[in-house]
Design a binder for this molecule. Structure first.
Ligand SMILES: Cc1ncc(C[n+]2csc(CCOP(=O)(O)OP(=O)(O)O)c2C)c(N)n1
Ligand SMILES: [Mg+2]
Length: 911
């Protein structure tokens, strides 16, 4: 690093330079490389103190970052805390073992928490703030597989009963504990879903950043809340885990602390058998601007390191790979003496005074309470940088031989009586657990009585830290004002002859909502580098882009009305090209009503299929986390976004959205529909500004095709629109006995439907009525619900699904057309009162004009007409020859290849 610039700059005093280099040579010659490294490290340390500005080295030796002499005084009672920890460890293990006894194969994890107990307990006893003071407290993301330990602590605290623990992973009866942190199923306990690896970490970053956003925008003082995120070292291989850490660095997120439990193992085996995960992560995080605290060795090693005058121990630590360290965790002291300390006589001498037993139990840093406390304290004091604590532990720690460091440890969930006895011994719980109670494979729980020292201590610590956690509370600390109806009424008027897209309509609605005097500040517009595509660049100047450090430059377009304006109190989250990051921001904003008691209304607008398909797992997590907000699927449709081709044109997001129970999925055709849907969404989430709404979010497809937006017809009200289906236009009345047909459209398929309506009337004497379907998902859910109710109530009135009831008022064959694959429409197939023909856009998108695409996918007016005629012929209303003539008339090749086939349309160019 440094040599790059030293070779390019002039040396103004070569003699002086030479003197320094000679000195270094002399040290290496006389005392060796270790001594030279030590001196260089000292010089770097001094340069730092003098603020010379030498860039930090990315990796340091394999030892603790905080030296023993800098460890702070430990304010707690270590002995009591050790006992509490032992009780929690015991109950966590007992819970998993009992669950698997009651229900063979129900699963659960013993080893993850066993390795991280000290990390969590230091937090619970000394750092994590609760919410009893009325504020938000700290936000803690627990590693999903460590859940047993968190339940076990809540049990000790008296917050969970034995019956609760015995229902671990048995949730159906309503009295159970979810396998992992799931706010959806334990809404008063868990706050942040974490078990899908990588998502907890990325969410915690954007959560910390969102807290800062709330603060800098002066919406809420979040300065008292820290975000603590616990993760596994194996989890760091997920791109979502490390993919956003530079954002944390450059946003100066001093409120963010990560604790990485480096037990060197994941599920199958070592995380980095041939390397060192802690060293690798240190470099990555430091490079991204994080404060890195390594907690590698327990206190007993301090003395050895102090006596390591030749640097041989340090060398050995540096050179030993994780695969070997894992092995040492499973071997006895004699083996470690032989192979770790053994080969070098100087090293062997360092541990001459230790017994094999001493050597075997030299602890790793992550199990050393003092070391962990020192790291947490420093982390909580750093205010201008995120901190990562890299804590080295043993997977399965204290669980005994069969568990500790074993490759299979992650998945073992049973213990024999002997193993339980060994655990009891390790935890010093002979007085609490009798041997007899371990017969039968159902180990008892142990809860210290309320007047015990341990219970009182726990209570006192949690009281001092403002109450028990985890705890999810929904409090309306800063009530939301309902927006004025003006902007929605505006959309009802239509575009008066102007051709505009639903995206343009949305952008103008968003602008109006942002401008709303009282409601506006709570709107959080989020875009991943596509604002210009959506016409949202007009918002840059007026509402500013949030930038924690402000705008340190004059933008290139400063003289333009719509210049790129960043500000510390900017409102837009322009996330750059990260759909995962944008989604994490959206989740942070959409759960703010619960996390901080400040309801915020996020609108995340994304580009074509890079929504659900890119970040599907985060969308699912959003539902679990009870996120409220709006996902705007811009440039939607397989044929509407022309020219962009296979990897853009989106004909399936509505189907993906349909898989998420808490997601309302809408496909509006008109601006007034869009307005009605958003208005209803807001009302369901925050009825009259109250926080007691539904935990749902909306996915709304919006398009870039311009056409005249009609005013809302007089016979239509908002409820018709949001119910999922309404009659838009009765169509021409062609007199008694004339043929009728019913065309369902959604989104811009309206245009083809309307044209088909015209052709059918003009050329075939068919009066076609047009129905707008705004949500197939909603219709399907209603129908399924009705069907189920009828199934379980065989006696009594039959209920009729909404879609059936409504369409019973229509006439003639039913034909549905949309810009999405047929399965989207197919959601209501079973419940139409008459057979329905579906025209969809199955197959890969491709680049061409809208017209060509719609003809290719067979969703244009010609195909609608042919389909209507076909259905009329099927019903015996017209001759089949009429259909054949129409096919010929429209120039449709009946033998054309199927557009749904994956290779249709591939050219021979380049062969
Ligand atoms: C996205 C995702 N992929 C896979 C899994 C399955 N899984 C659960 S735990 C685990 C290993 C975890 O290892 P690590 O992160 O090191 O945590 P440890 O238990 O060692 O603390 C895996 C692969 C998951 N939960 N999420
Ligand atoms: Mg691990």
């Amino acid at each position: 690093m440094i040599d790059h610039y030293s070779r390019q700059l002039p040396d103004i005093d070569p003699a002086e330079t030479k003197e320094w280099i000679d000195s270094l040579d002399a040290v290496v010659g006389a005392k060796g490389a270790s001594r030279a490294r030590y001196i260089l490290a000292k010089l770097l340390e001094r340069s730092n103190e003098l603020q010379i500005g030498v860039p930090p080295t990315t990796s340091t030796p394999y030892i603790n970052t905080i030296p023993a002499e800098e460890q702070p005084f430990f304010p707690g009672n270590e002995d009591i805390e050790r006992r509490i920890r032992a009780f929690i460890r015991w109950n966590a293990a007992a819970m998993v073992i009992r669950a698997n006894k009651y229900a063979e194969g129900i699963g659960g994890h013993l080893s993850t928490y066993a390795s991280s107990a000290a990390l969590y307990e230091v937090g619970f006893n000394h750092f994590f703030k609760g919410k009893d003071d009325g504020l938000a407290g700290d936000h803690v993301y627990y590693q999903g597989h460590a859940a047993p330990g968190i339940y076990a602590r809540a049990f000790l605290e008296g917050r969970l009963s034995e019956a609760n623990l015995d229902n671990f992973r048995m949730e159906i009866g309503g009295n159970g504990l979810s396998s992992y942190p799931h706010p959806r199923l334990m809404p008063h306990f868990w706050e942040y879903p974490t078990v899908s690896m990588g998502l907890g970490p990325i969410n915690s970053i954007y959560h910390a950043r969102f807290n800062k956003y709330l603060h800098q925008r002066r919406i809420e003082d979040t300065s008292q809340s820290q975000i603590w995120s616990f993760l596994g070292d194996g989890e760091c291989d997920e791109p979502e885990t490390l993919g956003a850490i530079s954002l944390a660095g450059r946003s100066d997120l001093g409120n963010l602390n990560w604790v990485i439990n480096c037990n060197l193992q994941r599920l199958d085996g070592p995380v980095r058998g041939n390397g060192k995960i802690i060293q690798e992560l240190e470099g990555v995080f430091r490079g991204a601007g994080w404060n890195v605290i390594k907690v590698v060795w327990g206190s007993a090693w301090d003395e050895l390191l102090h006596r390591d005058v030749d640097g041989v121990l340090l060398n050995k630590m540096n050179q030993t790979v994780d695969g070997e360290f894992q092995r040492y965790a499973t071997e006895d002291g004699a083996y470690i003496r032989e192979y770790f300390f053994g080969p070098d006589p100087r090293l062997r001498k360092l541990v001459d005074h230790l017994t094999d037993r001493d050597i075997e139990t030299l602890p790793r840093g992550g199990h050393d309470y003092q070391k962990v406390y020192a790291a947490f304290k420093r982390a909580s004091e750093v205010t201008d940088q995120p901190t990562v604590i890299l804590a080295k532990t043993v997977k399965g720690w204290t669980l005994g031989e069969g568990f500790e460091g074993r490759n299979a440890t992650h998945q073992i969930k049973k213990m024999t009586k002997n193993q339980l006895l060994e655990l009891r011994e390790r935890l010093n719980m002979g007085a609490e657990i009798t041997e007899a109670s371990l017969e039968g494979g159902v180990p008892p729980y142990f809860r210290p009585p309320e007047d015990s020292e341990e219970y009182q201590y726990m209570l006192q610590r949690r009281t001092a830290l403002d109450g028990f956690i985890p705890r999810r509370i929904v409090r309306n600390r800063r009530p939301l004002k309902v927006p004025s109806t003006g902007p929605f009424l505006e959309l009802q008027k239509g575009s008066s002859g102007r051709e505009v897209s639903t995206t343009m309509a949305f952008t103008s609605l968003l602008r109006d909502l942002l401008r709303d005097q009282e409601f506006g500040e709570r709107v959080v517009p989020i875009v991943p580098d596509e604002a210009r595509t959506f016409g949202m660049d007009s918002l840059f100047r007026e509402f500013k882009i949030y930038a924690p450090r402000g705008q340190l430059y004059e933008p290139v377009d400063h003289d333009l009305l719509l210049s790129y304006s960043e500000a510390t109190d900017g409102q837009l989250l322009e996330e750059g090209i990260t759909e995962a990051g944008s989604m994490a921001s959206w989740i942070a904003a959409g759960t703010s009503y619960a996390n901080t008691g400040v309801p915020m209304v996020p609108f995340y607008t994304f580009y074509s299929m890079f929504g659900f398909q890119r970040i599907g797992d985060l969308a699912w997590l959003a539902a679990d986390a009870r996120t409220r907000g709006f996902l705007m699927g811009a440039t939607s449709g397989r044929t509407t976004l022309m020219g962009e081709g296979l990897q853009h044109q989106d004909g399936h997001s509505l189907l993906l959205a349909a898989t998420i129970p808490a997601c309302e999925a809408y496909d509006p055709a008109f601006a007034y529909e869009l307005g009605a849907i958003i208005e209803e969404g807001l009302d369901r989430m925050y009825p009259d500004g109250s926080i007691d709404g539904e935990d749902v979010f909306y996915y709304i497809a919006i398009y870039n095709e311009n056409y005249e937006q009609p005013p809302r017809p007089d016979h239509v009200d908002n409820l018709d629109i949001t119910s999922g289906l309404y009659k838009f236009d009765h169509g021409p009345d062609l007199g008694d006995g004339a043929l009728r047909a019913t065309i369902l459209f959604s989104g811009p398929s309206y245009l083809a439907a309307k044209e088909a309506q015209h052709i059918l009337a003009e050329h075939y004497d068919v009066g076609a009525e047009l129905w707008s379907v705004t949500s197939y998902k909603r219709l399907r859910e209603d129908a399924i619900n009705v069907q189920r109710r009828n199934r379980l109530n065989p006696v009594g009135d039959r209920l009729v699904p909404l879609v059936t009831r409504k369409l019973e008022d229509s006439e003639g064959p039913i034909i549905a057309v949309s810009d999405w694959m047929g399965a989207v429409v197919g959601q209501i197939n079973r419940w139409t009162p008459r057979p329905m023909s579906v025209l969809g856009t199955d197959g890969f998108g491709r680049s061409d004009t809208r017209q060509a695409l719609r003809s290719f996918f067979e969703v244009d007016a010609a195909h609608i007409v042919v389909t209507v005629l076909n259905a009329l012929a099927r019903d015996g209303k017209i001759e089949r020859t009429v259909v054949a003539e129409a096919i010929e008339y429209f120039g449709i090749d009946p033998d054309r290849p199927d557009p749904a086939h994956p290779d249709t349309g591939a050219t021979t160019v380049g062969q």
